[in-house]
Design a protein around this ligand. Sequence first.
Ligand code: NOJ
Length: 558
Amino acid sequence: MSPDEPTASDQETVLQNQTGDRWYENGLIYGVDVKSFQDSDGDGVGDFPGLTDRLEYLDRLGVTCVWLLPFYPSPGLDNGYDVTDYYGVDERLGTPGQFVRFVREAHERGIKVLVDLVVNHTSDRHPWFQRAREDPESTYRDYYVWAEDPPEPEKEPIFPEEESVWTYDEVADAYYYHRFYDFEPGLDHSNPAVREEVCEIMDFWLQLGVDGFRIDATPIIVQKKGLDSTELDDPHRILKQYRAFASQRNADAIFLGEAGGEPDAVRPYFGEGTGDEMQLIFNFTLTDYLFLALATERAGALDAAVDQLHLPPEHGQWANFLRNLDELNLEWLSEGERGTVLDRFAPDDEMQIYGRGSRRRLAPMLDDRRLLELAYSLLLSMPGTPVIPYGDEIGMGDDLSLDGRDAVRTPMQWTDGPAAGFSTADPDELIRPVVSDDRFGPDGVNVRDQRSDRDSFLRWVTRAVRTRREYPVFGRGSATFVETAPESVLCHRMDGDSTVLAVHNLADQPASVSVGTDVDGLAPIFDDERSELTATDPLSLDLAGYGYLWLRAGGGPL
Ligand code: NOJ
């Protein structure tokens, strides 16, 4: 990096807002764990050539952005979030050249690519940590946070199986700080040298063509790390510097923040209205309340949650999701509410994890095609950008015999048969076993069968995504909730360059609804084929159990 280029430690760096194309506002983000998606060379591990060959599939599904989970060299003790080399590609997954080819071919189809930026911590096997523990004089020592006699921790470890955020290292004869696993020592971002490293890493991947980063553990990166000396005077300033740096390199690059918490605590990570921190932030609160609404069949749980979220600033947007490839984390509900959701959707101990969530995939949890469509219909019509993990679009299942969160990280199911078209390797030699139960295994759930079946969930998701994309107001509009009775019915309205309305019945029982709205000429654009619009003035609907209907304003031919 030349000295006159902006650096993270340049305290005066100010982001001029350069974001021209707000491409992230109206699309579908698809999360891919490359090693579990498609193996091209028969070694039992998914890879970049395999993923590249599946771009046509993603394109047809309506994916506008692929989020790649960590694919860097790693011991793999935390599904790749324990990185040992920020500049490499795990050899089993391909070469840097194959990565670049993937990005180029994705771009040729108009699909953007986000990569995970995991800089809250490194693996303990990262050369920086190795040098740091061996040599107290090394520059790398201060990349991490050490204490001979650690103070009483202010924070708990994120994973309950960890005893403390301080772990003793024999080589260093000192304790180091970590919020996640003990093999993931936390980097100290109050050290300017660490910030330089972060910028170099971003620079590298932006040069290779990526369109932005999912910022792993966003608030934790810049939280005070255990010692007063590492206190970050203004955490947002550091994130703004990272963002300014990325924007200098690519004005349209975005940050998708992983920040869970109360809305008021999370909102500041959007920055200050000029888009100077995160453009997108995962909407953990909405997920929790959406599951509460489904479990209780009460719409109120959801509109209260959306009220709490307020609108993000001009350049920000919530990234909505039903499931990701971690646990379904219900920690933002009260204990009673969490119990209600778990009783309904993950009643057995083996389905639960960390005392706060479920480790099941969406389809087995909801266990009813009508409910699955309802949940997806909510996801796709709520204000924000929808994010789905690979495999949920075909209703893939889980394997609860696998450890912890690996239950939902099984190979993608392309065809029927033992290795599910994921790999030509012996099914016993795959990176993870394919789901084997009768209903959710590849004989029951696979892409090939669903592609040729017009009633399949895949074809339904594709239609829903296409409809949403035809009405950008779903992504860009502002939302209001329209009062309706009964309490199982949620009606929300999005206003922008046009107006759309979505009505959802969260109960198993049918409901007749009359909606007080001044919108003229409403006409259905998407529905469950069981519910009906019976009158437009006033707007009256007969909703089937778990039924839904989207309408657009404006009259005229459809
Ligand atoms: C969030 C990731 O989604 C999760 O899988 C990981 O364990 C933690 N961050 C730590 O990197």
